[in-house]
Design a protein around this ligand. Sequence first.
Ligand code: AMP
Ligand code: GLY
Length: 424
Amino acid sequence: MKILILGSGGREHTFAWKIAQSNKASQVFVAPGNAGTAAIATNLPIGVNDFESIKKAVLEHQIDMVVVGPEDPLVNGVHDYFLNDEALKTIPVIGPSKKGAQLEGSKEFAKQFMARHAIPTAAYESFTAKTVEAGCEFLETLTPPYVLKADGLAAGKGVLILDDIAEAKKELRTMLVDAKFGEASAKVVIEEFLSGIELSVFVLTDGKNYKVLPTAKDYKRIGEGDTGLNTGGMGAISPVPFADEVLMQKIEERIVKPTVKGLQEDEIPYKGFIFIGLIKVNNEPYVIEYNVRMGDPETEVVIPRIQNDLVALLEATAQGTLNELDLRIDERSATTVMVVSGGYPEAYEKNIEITGAETIEDSLVFHAGTKLNNEGKVVTAGGRVIAVTSYDEDFREAVKKSYQNIHKLHFDKMYYRKDIGFDL
Ligand code: AMP
Ligand code: GLY
């Protein structure tokens, strides 16, 4: 099979690495990809939302399957675009249609879905510019901190958690009336604050059957001790040590099963990954959010622990036969540490040469924001640059291995958190 992966981050490099190992994959393409994917697959210079160019490439290269990495093209309807096109409609797309992608594309849609299917989550109300005064009154009924969420996609920045009621009201107005996040904050969900420890559960579903993939925990803040600005993710660990059998049983019965059943009941076809962000409050799991794709950098620890042929799993997802396969998971822990450009998540420089990656032998190196420059050198092209993933029986040893190998990697102003896993 010829397989096209859409995206350009560490997640997509990990997919390409795993898919390239499959006997079923004759050729792997990545659009647009990065310097890491260029070394193991064919990069195509096409943006993930340029559906017409994607169509051309799919027909030209006779692609047999498309795997969608990020949420944007899914929310924009890439799967529907394929289904509605005579020449593309038989080519499987891994990732939900536009309707299913609303689980991530609209916080209100996700909350209503959870309410309808009795899936545990924080209590909430949603408001628009017209009902901003009612929103302020609702804030008065809550105890701090206050959780405000832009309804739509806001590049991971749409959630505000505020201690002060006056500030919460001010931010609510800024979001609704002044369009702080543009169209994404035309509606705002105000939620009850849940206090606990977070973990993520990943599910692969064909719409009726599902497989629960390994759990992971990511580290979102830029600074050690979980301080400073939010990032796309600075590191991850799989499995999550506190996700014991009892908790996983609760998650599967109360959250995973009703989610997949709910999609069926609501007649939302869904073939792809569901990333469920959870918080454990007094040993009970609650959903914080759904994402309709794999996480990044969670993919860099989850996929390396899956021993199955990924193409076989994705084929079964497309065909609705996931029930016929058994997952085989590596018992060892996998950890990843993300190396980023100095300044990230604020302004940072690009086009800085990266050296040493090829000298790393006992860790996996997944490129994120990298590219090949005109001279064929690997240079930085984004905030998050390279993820270094390691295995060990003990996650602490695995993290140590990643740090030892990061020492072999060099670029000007590189930065990484030195405390991944500190809280476990
Ligand atoms: P989200 O974009 O929905 O994942 O939210 C970003 C982060 O905000 C989450 O990872 C949580 O740390 C936090 N968060 C979101 N909703 C809540 C909530 N209801 N209670 C406590 N923390 C929350
Ligand atoms: N690491 C969080 C995400 O992929 O959304």
